[in-house]
Design a protein around this ligand. Structure first.
Ligand code: AMP
Ligand code: GLY
Length: 431
């Protein structure tokens, strides 16, 4: 079977890397891919949002399964288009992807079905938003979010009324997050450990993947603005077996069931961003896709054939097979461009990749890289994910940091505390 992976990040490199290991697979393509995917797949120069061109390619090449990485093509309806043309694809429909596409839709859905989440209020004009801020609905810190896709960056944690007013101005007036600024969501600030809880669903059942903990803030200890994720470990130290059962029964299964009842059956990877609060797990947000970089340690730990799992989900029976994972731990550390998550320069030559990759157990997942004139250069904010699996988390992280120390590019920065206690929770400024 031939497989097409849509996207160009570290997540897509990890998916293509794992898919390539399947004995069922005769060819892997990645559209558009990156400097790393070209080593495990054939890169195809079609942008991930050019849905008609992707569908034409899949039809022409007789692709047996298309796997979509990023949220944008999903929210644009890539799955609907492929399915209407009879092309097998793994991912949620446009209507199901709204769980991520609109944070307000997701919050109202959770509220309507009494699935645990924090308190919230929505506003659709700057005046309405200012009135909400003036009413000081949930005290401080107050979380202010742009309602739409903002690559993990449209969330502002405000410590005062002045900061909340400024956030409203940035989102709704300055439109710093583009069209995502048409509406704004206010949320009570939830405290606890954050967990990325990701399942694969066939629309009816859900298969939980091994748990992960992301590190969203750019600086050590949770400081600075949020990013798409600076590093991930698996398993999450905040989730016991018992909690997995509770999350499946109290959050995941009701979400899958209610989405089906609302005529939005969710097939694909469902990512619940959870906060482990003193009152139990609560949903911070949903993503309609695999995590990035959560996928990297998950693929390092997955022992079963990913293609069989994805094909079973598409066929409607994701629980058909036992799935095996390594018992130990895995991690992925992101090496980012200078300035990320703000503006950054591209085209910096990356050195030390071969030395790093020669270290035992290290797998490099490329994200913002390009292969140009025989060299790898930076082409995005998150440049590389350094991954390793080991018997223990400490063992995996030691390997990872040793490898990261061998890689260099102008402006490179990364967190030094991935996998250390307390590193995963967001810390409001000043605390
Ligand atoms: P989201 O894109 O909605 O997941 O938000 C991005 C990040 O902001 C989350 O992963 C959390 O670290 C933080 N965050 C979002 N909402 C809240 C909240 N209500 N309370 C505390 N932290 C939050
Ligand atoms: N790492 C966070 C995300 O995938 O949204």
């Amino acid at each position: 079977m031939k497989i097409l992976v849509v996207g160009s990040g570290g997540r897509e490199h990890a998916l293509a890397w794992k898919i390539r290991q399947s004995p069922r697979v005769t060819g892997v393509f990645c559209a558009p891919g990156n400097g790393g995917t070209r080593r495990v797949a054939e890169n195809i120069a079609i942008p991930d949002i050019d849905i008609p061109a992707l569908a034409d390619f899949a039809a022409r090449e007789h692709i047996g399964l298309t796997v979509v990485g990023p949220e944008v093509p999903l929210t644009l309806g890539i799955v609907d288009e492929f399915e209407s043309r009879g092309l097998p694809i793994f991912g949620p429909s446009k209507k199901a992807a709204e769980l991520e596409g609109s944070k307000i839709f997701a919050k109202m859905f959770l509220d309507r079905h009494r699935i645990p989440t924090g308190r919230f209020k929505a506003a659709y004009t700057p005046e309405e938003a200012r009135a909400v801020v003036a009413s000081e609905p949930f005290g401080y810190p107050l979380v202010v979010k742009a309602d739409g896709l903002a690559a993990g960056k449209g969330v502002l944690i405000c410590r005062s009324k002045a900061e909340a007013e400024e956030a409203v101005r940035a989102i709704m007036v300055e439109r710093e997050f583009g069209a995502a600024g048409q509406a704004v969501l206010f949320e009570e600030f939830l405290r606890g450990q954050e967990v990325s809880f990701i399942v694969i669903s066939d629309g009816v059942h859900a298969l939980p993947l091994v748990t992960t903990m992301d590190h969203k803030a750019v600086f050590d200890g949770g400081g600075g603005p949020n990013t798409g994720g600076m590093g991930t470990i698996s398993p999450s130290p905040a989730v016991s077996k018992k909690t997995i059962g509770e999350v499946m029964a109290g959050i995941i299964q009701p979400t899958i069931t209610r989405m089906r009842e609302e005529q939005r059956p969710f097939k694909g990877a469902l990512y619940a961003g959870l906060m482990m609060t003193a009152e139990g797990p609560k949903v911070l947000e949903f993503n309609c896709r695999f995590g990035d970089p959560e996928t990297q340690p998950q693929m390092l730990r997955l022992q079963s054939d990913l293609v069989e799992i994805l094909a079973a989900a598409v066929a409607g029976d994701v629980l058909a097979r036992e799935v095996e994972w390594t018992r130990g731990a895995a991690g992925c550390l992101i090496l980012a461009s200078g300035g990320y998550p703000g503006p950054y320069e591209k085209g910096k030559i990356i050195q030390g990749l071969e030395e790093a990759e020669r270290l035992p157990g290290i797998v490099l997942f490329h994200a913002g890289t390009k292969f140009e004139n025989g060299r790898y250069v930076t082409s995005g904010g998150r440049v590389l994910g350094v991954g390793a699996a080991d018997r223990t988390l400490a063992g995996a992280m030691t390997r990872i940091y040793r490898a990261a120390g061998l890689i260099r590019f102008d402006g490179m920065h990364y967190r030094r505390d991935i996998g250390k206690a307390g590193a995963g929770s967001p810390v409001p400024k000043g605390e």
